[in-house]
Design a binder for this molecule. Structure first.
Ligand code: NAI
Length: 406
């Protein structure tokens, strides 16, 4: 009898492999192993509704416990996989047990990058990636008056929005000269800075944290390199993530900016796949190899790997997309704007209803839609179809994305 498939990581990507395998009729054993103490849950609400108490633990679970029982998916939580023995096709767990596999899927995700300044370990310094971190942050925020957020990326801005909505005094410190600089054009950064400022968030770009200040063993403020001190009861750090590559690296799998996989998401060992935040894969949307940190990427890569395990390998070609909710706006992003050369805005930045069109070598490569969901849907369709849309077309005031490619 085959030992079946072992999936390492109980995040959304790992969960989706198990679910997709069973949905596709896979009849061998499936074992899902994760070091978090919870059944698989959704992360996106953690920095939004969950912090705001609009959703509870039950709404976060991807499936209730009975699902795993009914689908014969063995879930091992609260334990780490500490080694992979590739020659014997087995994994070793932190409790000394072992599991054999025919196929192994590494969905091991990424971890928060740590702020390395004096005071960074004080009580009152929080990160946000896991459910346990979100619970701890929520408790801290309820007691706090003054919140300093380090990092003006997705986590930082979503937490700033939630904290401001809770009535706190909030400052965001971003190291770069604009918000969300990793992912959006300067025009879109300006929109977010204006939005947050209008809601009363103090935004400091080009700021560098040198120390977290202490009072009676707890956070009391943040000292910036420029000399300013920002009073704080809570400091939330969202300065990016690092892929968890150590397990794969120790097993001598190829590593790039993540666990390196081919177009069908296989690592340098044919029996092992890697997906989600930890995997670096070839993408026509990136014009090279890329590692993406989004739910869409994890879910669709999971489906692709489930097909491969079922003997129907296919290249992973999905259009990348993601969204962020801050205050009353939703930004939806389709494609990858990495290396864009021009950005054209259509719509009205001042009222927050616009789309940003990104071009490289004269071709449309990505569209960010602010409160324009119809544009987002059509952008995904057109990018998927590799439709040719020129700068001239978008410059035309009567241009409508929904009418393209029809
Ligand atoms: P991020 O990469 O989106 O943003 C980090 C920000 O911190 C960057 O703007 C960077 O310039 C800044 N930064 C780095 N070092 C700094 C320092 N020492 N001081 C001040 N600023 C500094 O990463 P983030 O926000 O931590 O998110 C982590 C992960 O969670 C990412 O994978 C992100 O995509 C994901 N996520 C996605 C969401 C969404 O899709 N809506 C929501 C929340 C998280």
């Amino acid at each position: 009898m085959s030992p079946g498939t072992v999936i390492v990581g109980t995040g959304q990507s790992g969960f989706e492999v198990a679910a997709a395998l069973r949905a596709g009729g896979y009849s061998e054993a499936i074992t899902l192993i994760g070091d978090e103490p919870h059944l698989p849950y959704q992360r996106p609400p953690l920095s939004k509704d969950f912090v705001l108490d609009k959703s509870g633990l039950e709404q976060l679970e991807l499936r209730p416990p009975v699902f795993y029982h009914n689908h014969h998916i063995a879930v091992i939580v609260g334990r780490r996989v500490v080694a992979i023995d590739r020659s014997d096709r087995r994994v070793c767990l932190s409790d000394g047990t072992q599991k054999h596999y025919e196929f192994l899927v590494l969905a091991v995700g990424a971890r928060n990058r740590k702020l390395r300044v004096p005071g960074a370990d004080l009580e009152g310094v929080a990160y946000l990636r896991s459910l346990d971190e979100a619970v701890a942050l929520k408790t801290l925020l309820h007691k706090a008056e003054r919140v300093v957020v380090v990092g003006g990326g997705f986590v930082g801005l979503e937490v700033a929005s939630a904290a401001k909505t809770m009535g706190k005094s909030v400052t965001v410190i971003e190291m770069q000269h604009r918000l969300l600089s990793r992912v959006v054009a300067p025009e879109v950064s300006v929109f977010f800075e204006t939005l947050h400022s209008a809601k009363g968030v103090n935004v400091v770009c080009g700021g560098s944290v040198c120390e977290i200040l202490e009072e009676s063993g707890k956070v009391d403020g943040v000292l910036l390199a420029q000399g300013a001190v920002l009073p704080a009861d809570v400091v939330v750090v969202g300065i990016g993530v690092e892929p968890n590559t150590e397990l794969a690296s120790a097993a001598e799998l190829a590593i790039g900016n993540g666990i390196a996989v081919d177009k069908c998401l296989r690592t340098s060992d044919d029996a092992i796949f890697a997906i989600g935040d930890c995997a670096e894969f070839p993408s026509r949307f990136a014009g090279g190899r890329v590692r993406l940190e989004s739910v869409q990427n994890g879910v669709e890569q999971a489906a692709c790997v489930a097909s491969a395990i079922a003997g129907k390998a296919r290249p992973y070609t999905s259009v990348p997309w993601l969204w962020t909710d801050q205050f009353d706006v939703r930004l939806q992003m389709a494609g990858l704007s990495i290396g864009f050369e021009q950005c054209l805005i259509q719509g009205d930045l001042s009222i927050g209803r616009f789309s940003a069109f990104y071009f490289k070598a004269g071709r449309l490569i990505a569209v960010d839609s602010m409160n324009r969901p119809v544009d987002h849907v059509h952008a995904r369709r057109l990018l998927e179809a590799d439709a040719v849309i020129s700068l001239e077309q978008v410059r035309n005031p009567s241009f409508e994305l929904r009418l393209c490619g029809r």
